[in-house]
Write a protein that binds this ligand. Structure first.
Ligand code: ADP
Ligand code: MG
Length: 459
């Protein structure tokens, strides 16, 4: 859908900004200042066609929320400003920029726009949703939060680089944006936030357009470079090389670099030693899985921010029924709020359990072949080795990991799992599952490998 819109969209960016301002002015009159800051201040218009207008929200959660709660409000405001009705579409940054191999800003026809990109990034509306004030601090993220605050207050001096790692949905992107916001709004710095994927896409399109001067000018003249999800460099050796030089230039000029990843540097497969050692020059800090107390505090904070009635009992019930990932917690709160709005019933623990069950039922169905393939790839062995009966130690651990993950993520019976993985019986699968569970409680590295494999499979 976005592809076709791109083609039809002939409205210049300046005009889009003007239209957006008009629409937001209409909206501002009917929502509270707090609601405005959270949901609307960070929106952009992606495209305007004869039939539709597409807004880009910073993440899929805000997109969902806007779609579910404010569609009518937007339709009215759009009508007022454009004098004709259009379908209102909400999209997210990930959808617009992450999925396509070449982003609209970096395709060949737009090579000249590289510097516009710089302007766009430096002037991108501050995303107040991802602020330090809205970030709940607990034992799992205390160090990462403190380091992020220190870096935003004293860029280039506190810790350089700052490397934050942790599993998906634990607040890495939130902290990166929060740093970006403080640097821009308080220190008026040229901070550049971008995902690693975007850097790689930009690198690829620069190979084609050969516009290396503007590429280097963009990255090497910033006051701070904030790069999200660096593990995505794994498959892109040449852009890693370019990043290495960018890193050196910025580091030598005492410019702040902040990096996030879903695992520590040494666990990023195929990352060269020289990059790993550079990442360790500054401060490495991990975000651990949230504790139940932190999840309760986050649920209460989100409910307060979004104006939802969530009692302490309901927040506790929610925190008990949802494991670590805060993105899932947010999704559940959004769903509960909708249920409450439609049925006019208050949020009870029964309702919470129902919603959580439904949400986890909606998760992508994962088949065992995908698990076997992912584990083989991670341990650099072939699928047939993993499925063989050979008892070498180097194969035993990956096999047990595959059994553990299959038990957790697939709907297959113990017998079926055993059959697929080395023709074992059900007791072997139970043994493997328990062994890996116990080992992962003590072994942080194994914990990270499991988290990464599971989040890849659930994508
Ligand atoms: P990651 O980048 O680690 O995958 P995100 O930063 O995207 O995770 O966080 C997912 C969602 O959870 C975001 O909407 C974020 O606001 C929220 N979140 C995560 N941790 C916290 C926290 N400690 N306090 C408040 N919100 C949080
Ligand atoms: Mg992220």
């Amino acid at each position: 859908m976005l592809e076709t819109q791109k083609k039809n969209d002939a409205v210049p960016d300046t005009e889009k900004d003007f239209i957006l301002k008009g629409i937001l002015t209409v909206i501002k009159k009917v929502v509270s200042a707090q609601q405005y800051d959270i949901w609307f201040s960070c929106l952009r218009i992606f495209s305007i066609t004869n039939n539709s207008i597409t807004f880009v929200a910073p993440n899929s959660f805000i997109r969902e929320w806007l779609h579910n709660h404010y569609n009518d409000l937007f339709s009215g405001a759009v009508y007022k400003i454009l004098n004709s009705s259009r379908e209102v579409i909400f999209s997210s940054e990930d959808e617009v920029f992450g999925q396509s191999s070449v982003t609209p800003f970096f395709n060949d026809n737009n090579a000249h726009k590289v510097l516009d990109l710089a302007d766009e990034h430096y002037t991108i509306p501050i995303n107040k949703y991802y602020s330090f004030e809205n970030f709940v601090v607990g034992p799992c993220n205390r160090l990462a939060h403190a380091a992020a605050v220190a870096v935003s207050e004293s860029p280039g001096h506190a810790y350089n680089p700052l490397f934050i790692h942790g599993a998906s949905g634990l607040g890495k992107t939130h902290l990166l944006h929060a740093i970006n916001n403080v640097m821009k709004s308080k220190h008026k710095m040229k901070a550049l936030y971008l995902s690693c994927e975007r850097f790689v896409n930009h690198y690829i399109s620069t190979i084609r357009s050969n516009s290396w001067d503007s590429f280097r000018e963009l990255y090497r003249n910033v006051d701070a470079l904030l790069i999200d999800d660096i593990q995505l460099f794994e498959n892109s050796q040449e852009s890693r090389e370019e990043f290495f030089h960018t890193f050196n230039t910025l580091y030598n000029a005492k410019k702040q670099i902040v990096i996030t990843s879903d695992c520590p540097p040494e666990s990023i497969v195929s990352l060269e030693e020289r990059l790993i050692s550079r990442f360790k020059w500054g401060l490495l800090c991990g975000i651990d899985n949230t504790t139940i107390e932190t999840r309760i505090a986050i649920a209460e904070k989100k409910a307060l921010l979004w104006g939802i009635n969530l009692s302490h009992e309901a927040a506790s019930c929610l925190a008990e029924n949802i494991s670590g990932n805060i993105r899932e917690l947010e999704g559940a709160i959004a769903r509960l709020s909708r249920e409450e709005k439609i049925t006019k019933n208050s949020i009870t623990c029964d309702l919470i359990k129902k919603v959580v069950r439904e949400l986890s039922g909606n998760r992508k169905h994962i088949n065992i072949e995908a698990v076997i393939e992912a584990v083989s790839k991670r341990f650099n062995i072939s699928v047939s080795q993993l499925q063989s009966k050979r008892k070498t130690r180097s194969l035993a651990l990956p096999r047990q990991i595959a059994m553990h993950i299959s038990r957790k993520l697939t709907n297959m019976s113990l017998m079926e799992i055993g059959g697929y993985i080395g023709g074992r019986d059900h007791s072997t699968v139970i043994y493997a599952d328990e062994k890996i569970t116990k080992m992962s409680m003590k072994d942080k590295n194994l914990q990270l490998i499991l988290q990464k494999l599971e989040s890849e499979l659930q994508k």
